[in-house]
Design a protein around this ligand. Structure first.
Ligand SMILES: [Zn+2]
Length: 373
């Protein structure tokens, strides 16, 4: 169930060093505010640390709520975002954050946010974290109560200090982390995690001498696909799950063809649980346009309406467990094809279809991961 929205937000101007007094917007249809009689808990906001030596550029901990998307009636229909404008809708780096079309009766980017994507707002001081930096930044968002983490993009300024909260998260991000309104969240942005991500230690850490407690599941056959390229050392930080929408033979044939759609995946898991590898983890495979650089792609052989078979689910879970440990990928960074951050194919995709459940959303994937991996 999505967290209840109890928000009161306003934002600073997108640019300029002298912040104006925040504008408090009032909305006829806003849900009732939390009673003032209950004395607000002290918010543990931690001021940003200096950039050296930890390279932590922003850190905050305190209560959160959710915002954005077509159902957020706390945002006015024309309300925009502090960090993004309409011009960004055409930029594949950012367009995935938004719905393909504005919800009926709206013109602002706030209601056009895709609530399933991972984004958030904090009260930025643009002198410390300039707007251009934030637009490229990837933050680590954590639920300290259960240790779950996910990477998310800053999109807006807020919430208003009078809410007693330090951040507003996307409904999808809050759900993935198991956070409800007024739970405590921890958000960190380090210089190292700005996009594009520089090569990091995780590739070196992997492989021989790694302390991965999980064995890599047996690979039935390595069939090299030509449809791949070098990652140039980029960090592997997510796993993308796919449905072949066809037979094993057709998937293997397609991925071996250099002159076809030039697509591939790192792994293909058959209905009987056999795992085929087609691209080395250290290379980029062509499985998720816009999100290949930092991801591992896993195809599952199935038709458009088939769920995973039991042996296929077990093989996939074992492979994912190994990958998570091997590359230090957060559990929350396992996405269905259509929901992968960065995925930029216009019109999206029906993949991963019904593999992980009947509904086509990231919550279904996250629930399967939670139950099986
Ligand atoms: Zn796919």
């Amino acid at each position: 169930m999505p967290p209840r929205k109890r928000r009161l937000r306003s934002r600073k101007p997108a640019t300029g060093r002298s912040p104006q007094k925040p504008r408090v917007t009032t909305r006829a249809k806003s849900p009732p505010r939390k009673s003032r009689s209950k004395s607000p808990k002290k918010v543990g906001a931690v001021p940003p640390l200096p950039a050296q030596p930890e390279e932590i550029l922003f850190r905050v901990e305190g209560k959160m709520s959710t915002f954005g998307g077509p159902h957020d009636l706390g945002m006015s229909p024309d309300e925009g975002l502090a960090l993004f404008s309409n011009a960004d809708l055409k930029d594949p780096r950012y367009s995935y954050l938004f719905l393909p079309a504005p919800p009926p009766g709206t013109s602002g980017l706030g209601r056009r946010l895709n609530p399933d994507q991972y984004y958030f707002a904090c009260r930025w001081n643009y002198a410390d974290t300039p707007r251009e930096f934030l637009r490229r930044a990837l933050a680590r968002v954590e639920n300290p109560a259960n240790g779950r983490t996910a990477d998310a993009r800053p999109v807006d300024w807020g919430p208003h200090p009078s809410t007693g909260r330090v951040a507003d998260l996307s409904p999808g991000l809050a759900a993935a982390l198991g956070l409800n309104t007024d739970d405590v969240v921890k958000i960190t942005i380090s210089a190292r995690r700005a996009i594009p991500v520089k090569p990091t230690l995780s590739m070196k850490r992997a492989g021989h001498g790694s302390s991965n407690p999980h064995a890599k599941p047996a690979i039935k056959q390595f069939i090299k696909s030509p449809n791949c390229s070098c990652r140039n050392g980029a960090r592997i930080d997510k796993i993308v799950l796919h449905c072949t929408e066809g037979s094993l033979a057709s998937a293997l044939a397609e991925f071996q063809k250099a002159d076809g759609r030039q697509v591939s995946a790192h792994y293909v898991i058959d209905r009987n649980g056999d795992i085929y590898q087609m691209v080395s983890d250290s290379d980029r495979s062509n499985h998720c346009m816009g999100a290949n650089q930092n991801s591992i792609g896993i195809e599952h052989v199935a038709g458009e309406t088939d769920p995973l078979t039991a042996p296929q689910a077990a093989a996939s879970a074992a492979l994912i467990r190994w990958l998570l440990q091997q590359y230090q990928i957060p559990r929350t960074n396992i996405f269905g094809h259509d929901f992968a951050p960065g995925y930029s194919r216009p019109g999206g995709t029906s993949c991963p279809d019904k593999l992980f459940g009947a509904t086509h959303d990231q919550r279904t994937i996250a629930a399967w991961v939670e139950a099986n991996v």
